[in-house]
Write a protein that binds this ligand. Structure first.
Ligand SMILES: [Zn+2]
Ligand SMILES: [Zn+2]
Length: 565
């Protein structure tokens, strides 16, 4: 029988194989399956399903409002029918953001509290910028309790599109204007916004958004070069109200793609982006680090149209007014039904991840390898560093090496850059208020909930100057606390690391070699695939002459088609 530790290691190795060819980074799309569930074409089907829902709804005035939310014709239709109004007019009327998630001072039973946590779009607000054939409702369209096989669930419908509004502060302005590749990343070499600018989700702030089309309604200019723009995901899914703790030997390992939903319907993604050093599957990139420059100001980006976060969701935290003066509210729910709270456990006190980066820098380190600064070994068990290390025969950057991300940004590959650099330090899980277990959670009181319950925390730490940095595993994991009961994207119940087989779907350009998906590259460059293939010629491609032939910037082509190695 395998221990949970062995399982984690094995699962991590399986992940290595399974996800090596996936991409979540700046290349044109993450290789997750969008959590899209088509709404039935016939409205009759929908109505029959709704009859099975319990009458507890989030808008307790009338139990019937629940069924009209999806049709978006409630009381306030003024902002809802903007055929004749201009975009500017609609956006100014959208100041009334949904904030009912902030209200509950009263403690409620778990089902009631969970119901109240979601940001329901009660006034039919639509996305300020992102559009398709019609206006897209923001946040949660409906949240209802429902029973499936005798178990209580909450059923959520959402577009996956948030209504974030950011006011650019000095820090953000500096981060934008001092991006290492600002000259390439901004169309005019600099952002179009400055301190005090008000930016709605999807507003053009001057980025050269290579993955999106330069059309109004797509969000062009809001995202840095790379990923596609977000789209309405029409998500309909359920979360268990009462999570079931997984058998100790059977915790699910986090996969790629959606591992939950934030309370505004935006997808929760985990630590990974499907990329690894040389795509060999031995040293996996951590999305929040390797994609630092591939994220918007919230920070987030899209994978095959699914907008998501990988680390502390700043704009959501602002909407929830979580300023660290008490235990954070619930920010979202994971696919095991476990709530994900924000970073604070009490006033001024952050939850503390028990995961630490390995020490490769001394010869007597239990977590390092034979040679100082070299990644020549894996931990046998990331949950138990005392189990020692095992030599691996694979290339890896030294901890002082500079590595280049898919978007052409450079990073020092110091310990912590890769998932395999981390281990669980059980002594940190010391029953203190801020202590978290190996799943990044603990048992305790949550705002709005009468009964204490197990929950995860967003993890980040504070520098001496008051600034924050985000900390692995960010939200969850690497394994889940509970049994997976929600089907979201590519993490089916019991399936662990399942997903489309390598080669299925659109592949992005792997950073370390392999054949990039030329149709995606062509789309990003705005040229047709045949022209691109002709220009590139037989492998290895001559990017310089191809760039001239296609009349595209060489840097852009290089970023989309990084050389092997
Ligand atoms: Zn991502
Ligand atoms: Zn807590």
């Amino acid at each position: 029988m395998k221990t949970s530790r062995e399982r984690l290691l094995l699962a991590s190795l399986v992940t290595a194989v399974t996800i090596a060819s996936w991409s979540c980074s700046s290349s044109l799309e993450d290789q997750s399956i969008p959590i899209k569930i088509q709404t039935p074409n016939t409205t009759t089907t929908q109505e029959t399903t709704t009859t099975q829902e319990t009458t507890i709804t989030q808008t307790p005035e009338t139990t019937t409002t629940q069924k009209t939310t999806t049709t978006q014709t409630p009381e306030t239709t003024t902002t809802q029918t903007p055929e004749t109004t201009t975009t500017q007019e609609t956006t100014t009327t959208q100041e009334t953001t949904t904030t009912q998630a902030l209200e509950p001072e009263v403690s409620l039973t778990t089902p009631e509290a969970t119901l109240k946590t979601w940001m329901i779009n009660e006034n039919g607000e639509t996305a300020a910028v992102i559009k398709d054939e019609s206006f897209i409702p923001v946040n949660i369209e409906s949240a209802v309790l429902t029973e499936i096989d005798g178990e209580l669930f909450i059923k959520i419908t959402t577009s996956g599109i948030p209504n974030y509004v950011s006011v650019i502060d000095e820090k953000t302005e500096t981060l934008l204007s001092e991006r290492p590749l600002a000259n390439r990343d901004f169309r005019e070499g600099r952002p179009l916004v400055g301190v005090g600018s008000r930016v709605q989700f999807g507003d053009d702030i001057g980025y050269n958004s290579t993955g999106c089309q330069n059309l109004s309604g797509t969000g062009y200019g809001y995202w840095p070069p790379g990923p596609v723009c977000p789209e309405n995901q029409e998500i309909e899914t359920t979360f268990a109200i009462y999570p079931t703790e997984a058998n100790e030997n059977n915790s699910e390992t986090q996969g790629l793609g959606s591992i939950g939903l934030w309370v505004n319907g935006v997808a929760v993604f985990g630590w990974g982006d499907g990329q690894s050093w040389q795509q060999e599957g031995n040293w996996h990139n951590i999305a929040a680090i390797a994609e630092e420059y591939d994220l918007d100001i919230c920070p987030g980006h899209s994978a095959q149209g699914t907008y998501h976060h990988h680390s502390h969701p700043i704009c959501l935290a602002e909407q929830l007014e979580d300023i660290g003066d008490s235990h954070s509210p619930v920010y979202g729910f994971a696919i095991d039904g476990v709530p994900i709270a924000g970073p604070w456990v009490d006033s001024g006190l952050l939850a503390r991840s028990s995961w630490l980066p390995r020490n490769y820098s001394t010869s007597d380190s239990t977590t390092g390898c034979a040679e100082i600064g070299k990644r020549t070994c894996h931990l046998i068990d990331q949950l138990n560093p005392d189990a020692g290390t095992v030599e691996i025969n694979a290339s890896a950057p030294n901890t002082s090496d500079i590595v280049t991300s898919q978007s052409g940004n450079t990073f020092v590959a110091s310990s912590g850059f890769y998932m395999e650099d981390w281990y669980y330090e059980s002594s940190l899980n010391d029953d203190s208020l801020q202590a978290l277990d190996e799943h990044n959670g603990h048992f305790g009181k949550l705002p709005g909930y009468t009964d204490p319950l197990y929950h995860y925390h967003v993890t980040r730490e504070q520098n001496n100057d008051g600034s924050f940095f985000e900390v692995f595993p960010y939200y969850i994991g690497p394994t889940f606390y509970g049994e997976i009961k929600t089907i979201l994207g590519n993490a089916p119940p019991g399936g662990g690391q399942q997903g489309p087989p390598p080669g299925a779907g659109q592949q992005g350009a792997p950073p370390g070699g392999g054949r990039p998906d030329l149709s995606a590259v062509a789309q990003a460059l705005g040229v047709n695939v045949a022209d691109l293939m002709n220009a590139l010629g037989p492998p290895p491609p001559d990017l310089q002459s191809a760039a001239i032939e296609l009349n595209v910037p060489l840097e852009e082509l290089q970023a989309l088609m990084p050389p092997p190695g």
